[in-house]
Design a binder for this molecule. Structure first.
Ligand SMILES: Cc1cc2nc3c(=O)[nH]c(=O)nc-3n(C[C@H](O)[C@H](O)[C@H](O)COP(=O)(O)O)c2cc1C
Length: 201
């Protein structure tokens, strides 16, 4: 089996992690570096990552996350925060577009295009979508290193944001990823067959 397929098969939504095993710093960095390479609309990278290793913080977060066991058994929790503020911030917009190396006039025109696109978006939803792309990169990069994961959408968003002290007018919690090592074997994968999913024209 090729490495990509092997990682895809290895990954599953791990429900309980082995608390005796910690992810090495080097592996954690590999996962975060890989995640950084994720694509984003207009290249705005509207994500920031809060990595939580502190057990007390995990314990306090657990009741806000449907009491899911992944929260306290994982090695690291990564809170992916969607940046509703930065994507509307002129200084940040300029920085992100300027690095493309276009001349000033072309950069300004591109930014105009971006701003008219942005007007049509629900910004929380749009930035969250990109965070889900980063999430998938994270899951796959972890799987490459034989590190297990669980994406977690089951949490009380406002309460988690308040607990973490986020200014939710500027950034919100899009999704949480638990990373660690499985305690039990992965269950059988259930997936619809290609014939049900794909049509060719
Ligand atoms: C966006 C997203 C949110 C999810 N939230 C949770 C969650 O809160 N708790 C959980 O146990 N699994 C969660 N899952 C895992 C899914 O239930 C799981 O991926 C799906 O059932 C397929 O199983 P597999 O990933 O093991 O192949 C989530 C998955 C995704 C993609």
């Amino acid at each position: 089996m090729d490495e990509c397929r092997a990682a895809l098969e290895f990954r599953h939504a791990c429900k309980i992690f082995d608390t005796s095993r910690k992810i090495e710093d080097e592996d954690l960095l590999y996962i975060l570096e890989a995640t950084r390479l994720s694509p984003s609309s207009f290249g705005m990278e509207p994500w920031r990552f809060l990595v939580i290793e502190n057990q007390q913080i995990k314990k306090e977060l657990q009741p806000l996350c449907w009491n899911q066991k992944q929260i306290t058994t994982c090695s690291h929790l990564v809170v992916i925060k969607n940046q509703t503020g930065l994507v509307q911030d002129d200084e940040y917009i300029w920085k992100m577009f300027k690095r493309r190396g276009l001349d000033e006039e072309a950069t300004k025109a591109y930014i105009q295009k971006y701003k008219s696109f942005l007007k049509l978006q629900d910004i929380d939803c749009w930035t969250s979508k990109q965070c889900y792309i980063a999430m998938e990169t994270m899951l796959l990069a972890a799987a490459f290193k034989k590190i297990d994961s669980c994406p977690i959408e089951g949490f009380e968003r406002e309460k988690v944001e308040e607990y973490l002290g986020l200014d939710s007018s500027k950034e919100r919690v899009a999704i949480i990823v638990a990373l660690g090592y499985r305690l039990k074997e992965a269950p059988k994968k259930n997936r619809l067959p290609l014939e049900e999913l794909v049509e060719f024209r």
